[in-house]
Design a binder for this molecule. Structure first.
Ligand code: FAD
Length: 409
């Protein structure tokens, strides 16, 4: 049965991407995009980087999309979905009653929300996911506080870099042996810790946060070993969780995102896309990826699966994620897995200009480029084809990397 109408819940990069991909593929039915945020979508990656440092406005980082023929409704939040009768429950911004609408096709693209920690709700404690979060954080940073960042993943590391660019006193608290070592392994984590330190960030690796000090406004972070790190502002940067709450009664499998098949189909005429989608990967097992390019590429497959179901296509794209930290431009192609072997095959970790490969069984699974942007095409091909690990790698710096599977941004 062909669709006459598609509703997309979530109007950020994944949701708008599906809308545009539907039009490009000639879909001439109604496309409605709903987003709970009354403000138009932004380029989220800018929030931890130039938005904090360059005094940009929301307008400067808007996500530009061709909305011709697309009915975009902002300030409309989905609060429930019933799969058998395809009814969406909606709550309009500044209205107290719910509206029920029947949908024909549905794309679930509600992304993720910042994770928090069980800490007291003191003033000066922030998370960073939305434009409002970034505006609130930036306003505090303008008072030149000491900042403690809980979590040295992509977002925490980038905010540390941005805060140092602003000349602030920064402490980065990371539970693992080094920043980003959960995703990139201990060897790279150590290099990144040194990069932070060279730029004046105080890195505390292996730190376990147990509480905050302060009465109304935060004054410090309490660690398990009894130390207190003084801070006027605290950023909790411990990853994100899929925004699935509105689907709680839908009957869908919501364990770590919305579970879908290899073609991103959740059920007939329903797809999941972007940060929220946990799809069955042909590379083995379920995957969920919280990165921009993944959302962009999935939008194409999700649109195809809506228009032409059951074709047996799979989302298999090898995607890249980038991170700008101080003078390091990191690009990670593919997804390192626990136990992968890491070898540096160009440059060296000390120079902070290198290409490292993550491999299993002698086959390349992922590549990490540090300050080597012009090499991206060559290594993307290598990861895509799961090429044999180049012999040269055997004689280079090598380490077995106990990385964990989920590369959370
Ligand atoms: C600070 C930061 C920096 C980042 N930097 C990078 C980077 O450098 N490189 C990179 O690859 N990735 C980066 N990412 C990750 C990247 O931004 C995400 O992968 C991408 O935004 C995912 O897009 P999405 O459309 O799936 O979800 P989201 O961007 O999370 O969008 C989901 C949308 O759904 C809406 N929504 C949620 N619930 C509802 C509801 N119930 N009803 C209606 N609407 C709803 C939200 O308002 C939102 O607009 C970063 C993320 C953050 C937070």
């Amino acid at each position: 049965m062909s669709l006459r109408q598609v509703t997309i819940v979530g109007g950020s990069v994944a949701g708008l991407g599906v809308a545009q991909a539907l039009r490009r593929r000639g879909f001439d039915g109604t496309i409605t995009v709903l987003d709970g945020d009354p403000e138009p979508a932004i380029q989220r990656p800018a929030l931890s980087k130039r938005f904090l440092t360059n005094g940009l406005s929301a307008q400067d980082i808007r996500l530009h999309a061709d909305l011709d023929g697309i009915d975009l409704r902002l300030g409309v939040r989905a609060t429930g979905f019933s799969l058998p009768d395809r009814i969406l429950r909606l709550r309009h911004h500044e209205r107290s009653s719910d509206e029920l609408v029947r949908v024909d096709g549905l794309a679930i693209a509600t992304g993720a929300q910042a994770r928090t920690l069980p800490l007291p709700p003191l003033r000066g404690v922030h998370v960073l996911r939305t434009l409002a979060d970034a505006e609130a954080l930036r306003a505090e940073l303008s008072r030149r506080p000491r900042i403690a960042i809980l979590g040295g993943g992509f977002v925490g590391s980038e905010v540390a870099s941005s805060c140092r660019a602003l000349g602030l006193e920064v402490t980065l608290l990371e539970a693992e042996p080094g920043p980003m070592s959960r995703v990139l392994g201990a060897a790279v984590g150590q290099v990144l810790a040194a990069v932070h330190r060279d730029h004046g960030t105080h890195v505390m690796a292996g730190a376990r946060v147990v509480g905050l000090t302060g009465e109304q406004h935060v004054e410090g972070v309490r660690l398990a070993d009894g130390q207190i790190v003084s801070a006027d502002v605290v950023l909790i940067a411990v990853g994100a969780r899929p925004a699935v709450d509105w689907l709680a009664d839908s009957g869908l499998d919501l364990a770590d995102g919305v579970r879908c098949g290899g073609d991103l189909t959740v059920a007939g005429g329903v797809v999941a896309v972007g940060d929220i989608a946990r799809w069955s990967s042909s590379r083995g097992g379920d995957m969920r990826v919280e990165h921009w390019e993944n959302a962009v590429r999935q939008a194409e497959v999700a649109a195809e699966s809506l228009l032409d179901p059951g074709r047996g296509r799979r989302f298999d794209a090898t995607t890249m994620v980038w991170s700008d930290q101080y003078d390091c431009k990191l690009q990670l192609i593919g997804h390192p897995q626990p136990g992968d072997e890491f070898s540096v095959i160009e440059g060296s970790l000390e120079e902070r200009r290198f290409v490292g490969l993550y491999a299993a069984g002698g086959r390349v699974r992922a590549a990490l480029l540090c300050n080597q942007p012009h090499r991206i095409r060559a290594y993307r091909g290598m990861v895509e084809s799961a090429a044999a690990l180049p012999l040269a790698a055997g004689g280079m710096e090598r380490a077995s990397v106990p990385v964990k599977a989920d590369a959370v941004h």
